[in-house]
Design a protein around this ligand. Structure first.
Ligand SMILES: C[S@@+](CC[C@H](N)C(=O)[O-])C[C@H]1O[C@@H](n2cnc3c(N)ncnc32)[C@H](O)[C@@H]1O
Length: 284
């Protein structure tokens, strides 16, 4: 079968299943099956190359699984985040492009600091911690994750990238007791979805771990509030907390932080789609 025909057929199947970007996923899955990059797949389509029977069977199988809304990243085993290729799969939250805004804000706050101390509370695959360690090799980066399954992915990503991150398993609420009052920047993308806001996308609802999604309490902000309280203990005076939140929490999370009296200059930042996404607060 021609590669171009196989990709077209797969695109139709994925579109019928409600996959949001069927054409891109069809090409990415073929690249994965063939062990090629996307450029090679596109060239093969244009040049009228064929897919052999073994490749065809493997491609059909993986496309059928994607049509049941298994996340693309679980099928390829990788997610791209802030210039890194990270190992992901069942048991770990797939890092999202909107979280790159938090990375950029943290880098701006780290600018001008020498060998800064940075902590990522609720690190999942290690995405934010590793992105910061890559861009700021002089930083002393630590990260903590509660889920043992997610922790395994973070450890794999640490080993694969060769980046220096002090990775620990445990609760963010008690993390890094030896660093109280000395940290320059705390970053966190904690679970924050309220109970009434069950995600629409099947990829999220059925495949991201519940521990990664739901923040607890009526507003979903129980865990974020607790993580912020730990950040307040860890940061030095003038240190900065950057915390991701749902777009509907662009005023509630800043209000919750301001109400504690721990923070000054509490402000919110939008993501690339213009939606409220990250609260920044200075340890007052
Ligand atoms: C929304 S995910 C974000 C993961 C990663 N930071 C990212 O941006 O891709 C939240 C993560 O927090 C972890 N988590 C939930 N409660 C936690 C806690 N109390 N302490 C540490 N990690 C926690 C979850 O297991 C999950 O990996």
């Amino acid at each position: 079968m021609r590669i171009d025909a196989a990709v077209r057929e797969a695109t139709k199947e994925l579109a019928a299943a409600g996959v949001p970007s069927p054409g891109a996923d069809a090409e990415a899955l073929l690249a994965h099956v063939l062990g090629h990059d996307l450029g090679e797949v596109r060239r093969a389509r244009v040049l009228g190359r064929d897919l052999d029977e073994v490749g065809e069977a493997a491609y059909r199988d993986v496309v059928a699984r994607r049509a049941t809304r298994v996340p693309l990243q679980h099928l390829t085993g990788t997610a791209h985040f802030a210039g890194l290729e990270l190992a992901v799969g069942p048991g770990v939250f797939v890092p999202r492009p909107e979280t790159e805004v938090l990375v950029e804000l943290a880098l701006a706050d780290l600018d001008g600091l020498t060998e800064p101390a940075v902590l990522d509370l609720c690190t999942g695959s290690g995405a934010i911690a590793l992105a910061l360690a890559r861009r700021r090799p002089d930083a002393r980066v630590g990260a903590v994750e509660l889920s043992p399954e997610a922790q395994v992915y973070a450890a794999t990503n640490l080993a694969r990238t060769g980046l220096a991150v002090d990775l620990r398993q445990g609760r963010a609420q008690d993390a890094f007791p030896e660093l109280l009052g000395v940290v320059d920047v705390v970053v966190s993308n904690p679970p924050y979805i309220p109970p009434g806001m069950v995600p629409v996308d099947l990829e999220v609802r059925e495949h991201d771990p519940e521990l990664a999604l739901y923040g607890g309490g009526e507003d979903g902000l129980d865990v974020p509030r607790e993580v912020a309280a730990r950040a307040a203990q860890l940061l030095r005076p003038g240190g900065v907390l950057l915390m991701e939140h749902a777009d509907a929490q662009g005023s509630t999370l800043p209000a919750a932080l301001a109400a504690t009296g721990d923070w000054s200059q509490v402000e919110d930042h939008v993501d690339l789609a213009g939606l409220p996404r990250v609260t920044r607060a200075v340890r007052g």
